[in-house]
Design a protein around this ligand. Structure first.
Ligand code: AQP
Length: 334
């Protein structure tokens, strides 16, 4: 029997954070042994909001190398740049023409991000890409027809949209796209900002102190954890009313691969300073290891990305053709 397939990607909008690792990459690494695994750098998605070409170039290469440094093995997983596989653009159009403005404008991420760029001119200033970002993502997924899509909780709604679209296309055009499942980590599905723990940690956050970047100087990362905002109660236990403490416990338990409850037991009689020190050291050690591997990985990108694109294109072409034929864009003889 064929292996089940897993597909996941990260947008090249900035420097990868520890949240991207805990929320998404860690599961990609875990699943690659068992699944036929496709992992990409969403560089077309990075054009959704204005970005300097030089920065985009740097981001996409960094992410490729960081995937490998974090444990994604190019011999087990197909790693590729989205823009190397031309089918993504055409697939997006086919998906776009099967959605409505209503369903896209209801997406939480569209509402959040568009509200940040909205000015007195209202709709005039919202980049179109923000609205159609989800259709590109639906296309990214359906092109590979995966069973599972590892994501953090913030992307769950887009995977739900993908499930609806797969169902819609299957019914409308008598196709057989799989209805993919989101795969969300039990711990760390939403890692929070270190300065505002009610807000998620995000690579595009303009406050550098809010996030741990995977390429941060490890000593600097330790200091960021030591300064993380907590609360004034002084007791360590898991509660949604203590987002700063819960966040530190989640980071520790994810990096140590133990349950949140075990982590709570370890720290229940300690003070906040001791907790921060232990989490800080754990993060520092993790970053040192990743960065050592990164130095090697960055030299191998050209070779791996060429191979990855070739392999990804074969699957993408097959699934794109299936949809093209379904909508009436292919002659039987082709
Ligand atoms: N705070 C988070 N906690 C857990 N998982 C997270 N992810 C992102 N933030 C957290 C997961 O990492 C992957 C990154 O996907 P993306 O770059 O395509 O989009 P994103 O969700 O918008 O990520 P960022 O870091 O917040 O980027 P920007 O700042 O560009 O918007 C996804 O699986 C996501 O769930």
């Amino acid at each position: 029997m064929d292996k089940k397939r897993v597909l996941s990607g990260i947008t090249a909008t900035g420097k990868l954070t520890l949240a991207n690792y805990i929320g998404a990459i860690k599961n990609m690494v875990k699943l690659q042994d068992e699944y036929d695994s496709y992992i990409f750098i969403a560089d077309l998605h990075a054009l959704t909001l204005p970005i300097e070409p030089k920065i985009l170039e740097e981001n996409r290469r960094n992410i490729f190398a960081l995937y490998i440094a974090c444990g994604i093995d190019p011999l087990k997983s197909t790693i590729f740049f989205q823009s190397d596989v031309m089918e993504h653009g055409l697939m997006n159009w086919l998906i776009l023409t099967n959605t409505t403005i209503g369903e896209l404008s209801r997406m939480t991420q569209f509402k959040d991000k568009s509200s940040k760029v909205k000015t007195a001119n209202g709709m005039e200033t919202i980049p179109t890409g923000l609205l159609i970002y989800p259709t590109l993502m639906v296309g990214d997924i359906l092109l590979y027809n995966p069973d599972l899509v590892p994501v953090g909780i913030d992307q769950k709604q887009h995977v739900e949209l993908t499930r609806n679209l797969a169902q819609r296309l299957n019914n409308k055009f008598k196709l057989d796209f799989k209805i993919p499942e989101p795969y969300i980590p039990k711990i760390g599905a939403k890692i929070m900002s270190l300065v505002e723990p009610t807000k998620k940690m995000s690579k595009s956050d303009t406050n550098e102190k809010a996030s741990i970047y995977l390429l941060d100087d490890p000593e600097k990362a330790y200091k960021k954890i030591m300064k993380a905002v907590t609360d004034s109660e002084g007791k360590i236990y898991i509660s949604d009313d203590k987002p700063g403490i819960k966040n530190l416990l989640s980071i520790y338990s994810s990096l140590k691969d133990i349950s949140l409850e075990e982590t709570e037991q370890i720290f229940k009689d300690k003070n906040y300073g001791e907790l921060k020190h232990e989490v800080g050291i754990t993060v520092k050690t993790f970053l040192e290891d990743v960065q050592t591997k990164y130095t090697q990985a960055i030299k191998t990108i050209d070779e791996h990305s060429k191979n990855g694109a070739k392999k990804a294109s074969m699957i993408a072409t097959k699934n794109l053709n299936k949809l093209m034929k379904g909508v009436g864009l292919k002659n039987e003889s082709k």
